[in-house]
Design a protein around this ligand. Sequence first.
Ligand code: ADP
Ligand code: GLC
Length: 480
Amino acid sequence: MPFAKTGGLGDVVAGLSKALRRLGHDARVLIPLYSFIDRAKYGIKPIGTACVHMGAGIEHWVGVHQTLLDDEVPIWFLDFDAYFGRPGIYDGPLGHHMDNAFRFGFLSKAALQICKDFQYIPHIMHAHDWPTAILPAFLKTWDRILSPLSNTASVLTIHNIGYQGKYDANVMPYLGLGVEHFTSEKFEDFGKTNLLKGGIWFADALTTVSPTHAKEILGPIGGQGLAMYLNNRSADLFGILNGADYSRWNPATDPLIPEKFSPTDLTGKAACKTALQRRFHLEERPDLPVFGIVSRFAHQKGFNLLREALPPALNNMLMQCVILGNGDADTENFVHWLTAAHPGRVGSHIGYSDDLSHLIEAGSDFFLMPSLYEPCGLNQIYSLKYATLPVVRATGGLDDSVANYSESTGTGTGFKFMEPDGLALYWCIGWAVSTWFDRPHHITRLRQQAMAQNFDWATSARQYVAVYQHALRKKRSITA
Ligand code: ADP
Ligand code: GLC
């Protein structure tokens, strides 16, 4: 979603909705009209108003705006300044927005109202993660009998179970859900309201973003407190690997990289590497392997492992490293320190930059993703297309999308390690570096195999359609 994004969820909603439309479905997307979205740039125009009814008789009038994503997907924007006229999506300069349960509960309720008012009655409402996890509950509890939405089924996709949307119990009245829903199998969680947990109870079908992660979340560590509730719904839980939007992430056409390249001609990649080294003040050495990182700085992404592995790796191995990201203050400090400690060998940019993320994908030789858990992960999928070999921990979607290198046969598309510790990562980096120097013919081969991988959205979208059909069947049997 070019309008507003903090991570992969934005990419997924854009890619999936486009692919669904290409399969002939009338997919539309509703997101908040954050005040930082450039309305003129994206041609966002008002199309009407709606009155959203929350609990305790509260009503809010909102504006509804619209544009087309890539001339294909209608995107509706919910204009309500009190909630969305501020910096940041979930967090602002002062930290987490304290009223997020209200803001996103309101978005979820508004989705139902807008569908009704604009006479768009979908077969499926597809909610994503904790912010809209309450939507399936609204569908099953709100004017069920007379509503034109009474045949609409819901699907909830869990992109990141590490963020569950836990708020005080007293958000329930505003959300308009009675005490009968504040029970341990629905929204109640150690005395708090857990929005994702409630969604798991109410959605007609559940998905997460890779087959391996769908198994992981059924276990006590992967489930992060929700395993039991997911096990209760395991017959309706599916793992579908994310696709990649190759109209944005293809080195043969990417307008954000200095030179294009393709499997038949990789010379442009060398030029991208030089441009990357120059941009990040690294020694312009084609012979040294460059390791790229583009990431939210969050515990999930394995920065505790990087903190252990990168300093000795940089001391002991011939390598360079480029880091782009922002988030946790201590990780930002670590990255500043690492950059200062290795002039000419480590470059970094603390912040969010589409341009730099494309340059890093194109110019690096290896891409580091040592995540503690990774529901899917997109950057390793983009890396494959850019012949940038992923070095990943074998978890979730990283395990599903990267094939481990075999030294004996030269097969594979990247380098994997299992244990979530710094030493394992250190040795895996060493494995990649030694392959770079000692078996360059295998690097050439791995690159070809990586670029040949195809994770296009059409395949994933077809699997989502099958889940939508499952949700409709299941719902019919509930309401019959
Ligand atoms: P997650 O959603 O957990 O952050 P993903 O790998 O699914 O992880 O998606 C991350 C997406 O966000 C990718 O498109 C990546 O390029 C982008 N991204 C993350 N951090 C940055 C950054 N600092 N600058 C630019 N893009 C970023
Ligand atoms: C999440 C996950 C990531 C996934 C993305 C999109 O933020 O952390 O693994 O790729 O959502 O589904």
